[in-house]
Design a protein around this ligand. Structure first.
Ligand code: NAP
Ligand code: HSE
Length: 435
């Protein structure tokens, strides 16, 4: 990686929303600290966003404006492009690619872009001797990229598990605490600047998936690949699930997990999961994220911090700029691109453990007798079963906790169960994560 040699690092910001404006504020407010810690003055030369006239609460009087963000990548007065527009496609993709080809360093918070194009873009960065940094893309202000790539770099990592989406964690913990409904709490998360421009990425699990594939690539030295990933979100959860999980001694968290299976394959999956109340993950509340990594020499390491919002995300962006200023930025996924192994192939159907299965059924005799043989035929044993609600002609919820079973068997059984006439909705399935 080329060390930055001049005493000024000239930055262009593509995007001036929550993260872009926050980055500008840190660069202005903490300018002296940044200079004393890097020996380099960090200045903003140019910016781009859609609306030039929007008041963003920052003073852009001495900064050039480009209507077209791509023009930032060819300016002579720019050393680093900060891409904080979002989205896996253009203009973010074209900007980052052009900037790297023009030997400009890139800092981005865009996990979607890297989850889809990470291998290609890291190869271009490598060929051009520039950095592609993305600390802000995963877990907001928590330095998880640095932790996995550098801090735990001496370890063989066997697995990592965590809460990687601040919006979902805010929704789940606020619903549990206040009893407010899903839509109202999501709207609060949007106002607080936590959610993606398209919040279905948050609640549908896609955003956690984007982050997980980046962590998985770093931890296991494999190509990031969003296609080979099982993703489920929190959009089908109800207050009843939160309540019943609590009666089982658990909280529900949206968990991303990546681990090495006994057969050597790497598994990646994102799913709302039951976590025992005794686990530190159960106590990661609000917008916080929390991630466990298991290394062969270090053992389990757990980090927690704010996973979304202006301050934490901008803090991670500027930390990356400081690495570029000091010339200490590391290879994108920890090893040269040509040494990256193939992408993971194991998914949720390969995961083994206990499961929570909620069925909405007609309240009439014989329903359990219809469900039980299907479970038996798929080698699924029931650990406990509870039924909720009973009023005339109303459907009832049945929650089954299984003994250890395979994800693929549970999925097959649920497909058959969903076809029974007494079953009124698709079964909701959540793994129980015993950590
Ligand atoms: P945001 O508030 O919606 O800001 C997006 C910015 O990009 C806006 O300034 C917008 O311009 C600009 N923009 C969008 N499309 C553009 C285009 N075609 N040309 C020029 N400018 C364009 O989003 P954000 O929350 O800051 O997120 C930005 C990135 O950071 C995303 O990749 C997101 O996933 C990531 N991220 C966000 C957080 C968070 O907590 N918010 C945390 C970690 C990572 P206008 O302002 O004129 O509309
Ligand atoms: N929408 C994301 C979240 C932003 O809520 O976690 C941080 O990546």
């Amino acid at each position: 990686m080329t060390a930055h040699t001049s005493k000024t690092l000239r930055v262009a910001l593509a995007g001036l929303g929550t993260v872009g404006a926050g980055t500008f504020r840190i660069l202005t407010q903490n300018a002296k600290i940044l200079e004393s810690r890097t020996g380099v003055v960090l200045t903003v030369s140019a910016v781009s966003a859609r609306n030039k006239n929007k008041d963003r609460g920052i003073d852009l009087a001495n900064v050039a404006w480009e209507d077209d963000p791509l023009k930032l990548a060819v300016r002579d007065d720019v050393d680093v492009i900060v891409e904080v527009m979002g989205g896996e496609g253009d203009p973010a993709y074209a900007l980052v690619k052009t900037a790297l080809e023009n030997k400009k360093h890139v800092v981005t918070a865009n996990k979607a872009l890297l989850a889809y194009h990470g291998t290609e873009l890291s190869a271009i960065a490598e060929q051009n001797g520039v950095s592609l940094c993305y600390e802000a893309a995963v877990a907001g202000g928590i330095p998880i990229i640095k932790m996995i790539r550098e801090g735990l770099g001496a370890n063989n990592i066997s697995g990592l598990y965590g809460i990687m989406n601040g919006t979902c964690n805010y929704i789940l913990t606020t619903m549990e605490r206040t009893g407010e409904n899903f839509a109202d709490v999501l709207s609060q998360a949007q106002k607080l600047g936590y959610a993606e421009a398209d919040p279905t990425l948050d609640v549908g699990g896609g955003d956690s998936g984007h982050k997980l594939v980046l962590l998985c690539a770093l931890a296991f030295g494999c190509k990031p690949d969003f296609k080979n990933l099982s993703v489920a979100g929190i959009d089908r959860l109800s207050a009843e699930d939160i309540q019943i999980a609590s009666e089982f001694g658990c909280r529900i968290k949206l968990i991303g997990q990546a681990k090495k299976l006994e057969d050597g394959r790497i598994l990646q999956m994102v799913a709302p999961s039951l976590v025992p109340k005794t686990s530190p993950l159960a106590h990661v509340d609000g917008v916080l994220n929390g991630i466990f990594a298991q290394g062969d020499f270090v053992g389990p390491s757990f980090v927690e911090g704010r996973g979304a919002g202006e301050g934490p995300t901008a803090s991670a962006i500027v930390a990356d700029m400081m690495d570029i200023a000091k010339g200490t930025a590391a290879p994108v996924f920890g090893v040269p691109v040509n040494d990256l192994a193939a992408s993971p192939t194991a998914t949720a159907s390969d995961w083994s453990g206990e499961f929570y299965v909620r069925l909405v059924v007609e309240d009439r005799p014989g329903v359990i007798a219809e469900i039980a043989p299907i479970l038996r035929d798929h080698r699924i044993s029931i650990e406990s079963l509870i039924q909720r609600g009973r009023s005339q002609d109303e459907p009832v919820s049945i929650v089954i906790m299984t003994h250890e079973a395979k994800g693929g068997d549970i999925a097959d059984a649920c497909t058959e169960i969903a076809d029974l006439s007494c079953v009124l909705d698709n079964p909701l399935v959540m793994p129980v994560l015993n950590i």
